[in-house]
Design a protein around this ligand. Sequence first.
Ligand code: PEP
Ligand code: MG
Length: 749
Amino acid sequence: MPDRSESESRKLLRRLRDTLAEPGQGQERLDRIVGLIADSMGTEVCSVYLFRDPGTLELCATRGLRAEAVHRTRLRLGEGLVGRVARTRRPVNVANAPAERGFRYLPETGEEIYSSFLGVPIQRLGECRGVLVVQSKAARGFSEDEVYGVEVVAMVLAEMAELGAFAGESEALRRPHQNPVTFRGATGQEGAAEGRVWLHEPRVVVTNPVADDPLAEVERLRAAVARLRDAVDDLLVAADTGDKEQAAVLEAYRMFARSRGWSRRMEENITLGLSAEAAVEKEQSEARARLEHVPDPYLRDRLHDLDDLSNRLLRILTGQGRDALDRMPGDPILVARNIGPAELLDYGRRLRGVVLEEGAVGSHAAIVARALAIPLVIHAQRITTEAMKGDAILVDGDQGIVHLRPEETVAAAFRDKMAMQAEAQERYASLRTLPAAARCGTTVALHMNAGLMADLPSLESSGAEGVGLFRTELQFLIRASMPKRAELAAIYGRVMDAAHGRRVVFRTLDIGSDKVLPFMKRPDEPNPAMGWRAIRVGLDKPGVLRMQLQALIRGAAGRPLAVMFPFVAIPGEFAAARAALLREIDREAGLGHVLPATVAIGVMLETPALAFAPRDFFAGADFVSIGGNDLKQFFFAADRENERVRRRYDTLDVAFLALVEHIVGRCAETGTPLSFCGEDAGRPLEAVALAAMGLRSLSMRPASIGPVKHVIRAVDLGEVRAEVAAARAAGAPSARPAVTRLVAALAPG
Ligand code: PEP
Ligand code: MG
C-alpha cells in the first residue's frame, strides 16, 4: 500500500473522529466531513447521499457541488451511478462518468464538469445507509488503493451514523433505528403478539471506529484471533460425533478461522486507520453484501460461517456477550437471523412471538414455535439490522407481517384485532367441555397434534379428546445426539401419564425431507420430500426404528399403545413395519418386560397411491390417519415448503375432496377407523368440509380446537355435503365459495 494512503488515511480518520467530539448539529458535522475528505483525497468534490426512506437517496452534504442542491437532489435506489452503488452495495469507479451507462444528469448540482467519479456504499453489517462520492475534473480512474481508502472512510461514516453523530433537524439524518418499519415476511405460525424486541444475538456496539495506535490495534486483533481459533478448536472436539460429513463442515469452519487472507485483510484495514473492531466489521459487511448475491447454498453456508466467526471475534474484542435472560422484558419478541430448535425451547413459553430473517415453514424452529403456540414470522428480511433491543414491535403471524416501532394508529388497529381474537378465545373456552356435535346430530371427535412435552398441558386446556398425532421426531430434532432407548421410554411414559388415559397415537420417526437430524448423515438427494424418508429409512436401516419401538413398548408399561407408521406408499411397507413391531413385542415378552394392555397398529395415508391399495390393506390396518399435508403436496405436485406454490392449490378443490371421499369409502368398506391429522383439520372451513365428506375424527393444533368446534356445532353436515355436491354438479372447480357462504351465514365471526 503506498505511503500516501496509509498516513493520509490514518490522519483523515482521526480528523473524522475528532469531528465526533466537537460540538455541533449533524448537518454541521457532515459539512465538515465532506470538506476533510475532499482535501485529503485531493478531489474537487466530495458528497454524502443518505437514505431518506428505503427507496430514496438524498444529497445531504457536499463540497464542490452547488450548495442549493443539498436536501433537494434525490435519487431512487438504482437510479444513476449513486443509486447503482446503493443497490449493488459495490463501488463504482469510472474515469468518464457522463459517458457511463446509467449516468443521470442532475442540472441543479452542476456536476457535469466533473469527469471522474468514485462512489462507495456507506454500509455497516450489510445495511446500506447511503453513498459517499468523490469526483474530480481530470478524467482519471481512482487507484485500487484509493478505492480501498474511501471504503475505509465510508465504514467510519457508517459507524458514526450508528452512534447518532448525524442526528439533527433533518429527517434524512435521523438515526435509522428510530423510524417505523414494516416487514413483509411469511407465516410460520399464526397468531398476533405485541411486545418488545429481544435480540437473540445482540449487535455489538463499536464505540471507537478509529485506531489511535495501529500497532497496538494489530496486536489486539492478533490476540483475539488466536483466542477465537482456540475456541473453534475446542468446539470441534466437543462436537466430534464421528460423522464424516459433519466433520467436513466443521473443518471448513475451522479453515475460515485460520484463514490468512481474512486476518491479512483485517490487518490492512487497521493500517489504514480503523480500530480492530471496525476492521472486523468492515470484512463482515463485505461478506454479508456478498451473501446476498450468492445463490449456491453451500457457498452461502460458508459465508454464514464467516459471519458467525466475525461475531465471535467482535465479542472477544469488545467483551460484549449475549444478554442475560433474566434481563429479558416481560413481553419479549425474539428477533434473530435464525435459531436452532433447542435454543428456542430454552426461551420457551416466555416469548410472546418470534421473528426470523431466514427459516422455513417446516424448519425445526418453526416446528417448535408451533408446538409452543408462539406466533412466528419468517423471511423478515433485514430485521436484525433494523431492530434495536427494547423496540416496540407487533407480530402478525396470520399475515406474515411485522411492524417495528409502529405508529400509534397502526398499534391501535393491531390491538383491536388482538382484542377480537381474545374475545373469540373466551367464547371457545366456554365450549371446552362440550362435544363437537353438528346440528344434524353427528359428532366429530377432535384430537390434538403434539410432539414435545411442552405441548401436553394443552390437552386439558383445549378440551382435546386425546393426541391424534404425536410427532416423535421432534424429540430427536431438538437434541444434539441420538437419544437413548431408556430416555425415550421415559419420555413416552411421561406423555401417557400426562394424557391421563386418553389415547395417544405415536407416529414413528418421520425424518428426511424437511426434517433433518443434526447428528445423522443427510443423503444428498435431488428431491428429499420424495426421497429416502420416514418409513423408507426405518425399513432400510431398522436399528433406530427397532430401538424406538422398544422404547414405545416399555413406555406404555402395561397401558394401551397406539402406533402409526408414516409415509407408507404400498401395502408391503406397512406389512413390514407392522411385522417389525410384532417382533419387538415378542422379544420384549421374551425378556420378561410388561407388555402393553392392547396394541393398535395404524398407518398414515400420505401418498395418493395408498388410497387405491387392495381391500386387504385397509382390513389389516387397525386405523388410518390421513396426513393431509403430504397427501395434498403429492396430489397436486406442489411442494408444501415452497412459498411460490404452496398456497396455489386448495383443499376444497373438488378433486381433492373427491379423493378424501374415496378414502372415507375405502375405510368404511372394512370398518377401519379413519382420522385426518394434517394442518387442514385445524382450519374451520376445511374441517367442516372434511367432516361433510365423512371424517369423524380430526387431529389438529390445540389452539384450533375451539374455532373448529364452534363452526362444527353451528352447521348441519348434510347441508354442507349438499353444497359440495351442488358445486360438483355445476362443474365448479372448487367448493370453497359455496361452503364459505354457508358457514358465514351460520357461524359468523
Ligand atoms: C401430514 O403430512 O399431514 C402430517 C401430519 O405429517 P407431517 O406434517 O409431520 O409431515
Ligand atoms: Mg407427513
